[in-house]
Design a protein around this ligand. Structure first.
Ligand SMILES: [Zn+2]
Length: 364
């Protein structure tokens, strides 16, 4: 290939991968609607707001996803924050809102992108699932279909638009903010794939209670981001359908540490995993209900338990204890059921521990 032709092709490839922000021409409540974001072409030192045009609903209208960008005055790394992938997991929304209340783009070297309410239909239905209507309807786990499909079902298209319209080509780091599912709760808890370069460093900037070293969940957003060279963790901020100020504040400390560590803001990181004495485990053990009934959880989040220790009892409608559950191993309580109504297979208590076996080194 002639050098000139090669150079032309390279330029085409680079500009193709980094297309300019694509405006649809519509505005909603004064906010411009986009199909694709390119942080590079936004005015520096300013806050920007957009609606990303998502998938269509079955009545022929689009879903619109709020996207905020704090475009730094100077160039640098781009940090992404995504919330609302599971529609009943809300704490991350306030993490983003409070961060953007105090972010000053004129002081930033680099940019922060935030997506709020990623799974529009799930939020409206108080559900982790994207609500499909075809074939009698049903829910799709919105964190198991990444990076989506351009011509897939509505949920897959919605993901595809987020992944390609906001994150890919823009972000260096993405923190996907979740909580535990309805009926259960976490402390401040991180899933992190330590095999991916930079992920350990990122995870340990957060003064979390626990980090689960993990080989990733197939087709989760975190994995899709890591697969294309962004650095990503899943940050589980407590429980669903509530704002928990202490966990939100510690999440913000973690994000502030990221801004400083990656050079977006001047200064040194504050309290990290080291000072917090974050428990880093590579194995979780979920104790699930063997039968239906009303569960009483006998342990609390963060408690250390011994193998054989009673974790929960379950009663029938008459109040008889019909099942007792004990810890299979020594471990720390990482998640508990908050809803006493438990059917067979639903979570009662999850323990996290460090398993020294080689097969668990990267997470099991
Ligand atoms: Zn979630």
């Amino acid at each position: 290939m002639k050098p000139l032709l090669a150079a032309t092709l390279l330029l085409t490839a680079v500009s193709g991968a980094h297309a300019a922000t694509e405006y649809t021409g519509d505005r909603i409540d004064g906010v411009p609607v986009i199909n694709r974001l390119d942080v590079d072409d936004l005015e520096p030192g300013k806050m920007h707001r957009f609606y990303l045009q998502g998938a269509d609903s079955s009545i022929g209208q689009h879903w619109y996803i709020p996207v905020m960008v704090a475009k730094g005055a100077k160039p640098g790394k781009v940090l992404g924050l995504q919330t609302g992938v599971h529609g009943d997991e809300i704490n991350g929304t306030q993490v983003v809102h409070r961060l953007f209340d105090r972010l000053d783009p004129t002081a930033l070297s680099g940019s922060v992108i935030a997506v709020v309410a990623a799974n529009s239909t799930g939020i409206l239905a108080n559900s982790r699932y994207y609500q499909l209507q075809g074939d009698s309807g049903g829910g799709v786990d919105f964190n198991r279909i990444w990076p989506g499909k351009e011509k897939g079902n509505a949920a897959e298209q919605h993901v595809w638009r987020l992944f390609n319209g906001v994150w890919k080509g823009n972000s260096d780091i993405v923190v996907d903010l979740h909580t535990q599912s309805t009926g259960t709760t976490y402390p401040l808890y991180i899933y992190a794939d330590y095999r991916v370069a930079g992920v350990k460093e990122l995870a340990e900037l957060v003064p979390a209670d626990m980090i689960k070293v993990d080989t990733g969940e197939p087709a989760a957003a975190e994995q899709a981001f890591n697969d294309v060279g962004m650095i990503s963790i899943t940050l589980e901020v407590g429980g669903p359908k509530v704002y928990q100020p202490e966990l939100i504040a510690r999440s913000l400390t973690g994000i502030d540490n990221m801004l400083k560590h990656y050079g977006l803001l001047a200064g040194k990181p504050g309290r990290t995993a080291k000072e917090q004495k974050t428990f880093v485990g590579n194995q979780t053990l979920s104790v699930k209900a063997r039968q239906g009934g009303f569960a009483e959880i006998l342990v609390t989040l963060g408690q250390d338990v011994k193998a054989g220790q009673e974790l929960a009892v379950q009663r029938n409608g008459f109040g008889d204890i019909t099942a007792r559950y004990t810890a299979p191993e020594d471990g720390r309580v990482a998640s508990i059921a908050t809803d006493p109504v438990r059917e067979p297979g639903s979570l009662l208590v999850r323990l996290i521990r460090h398993n020294p076996e080689a097969s668990c080194r990267e997470g099991c």
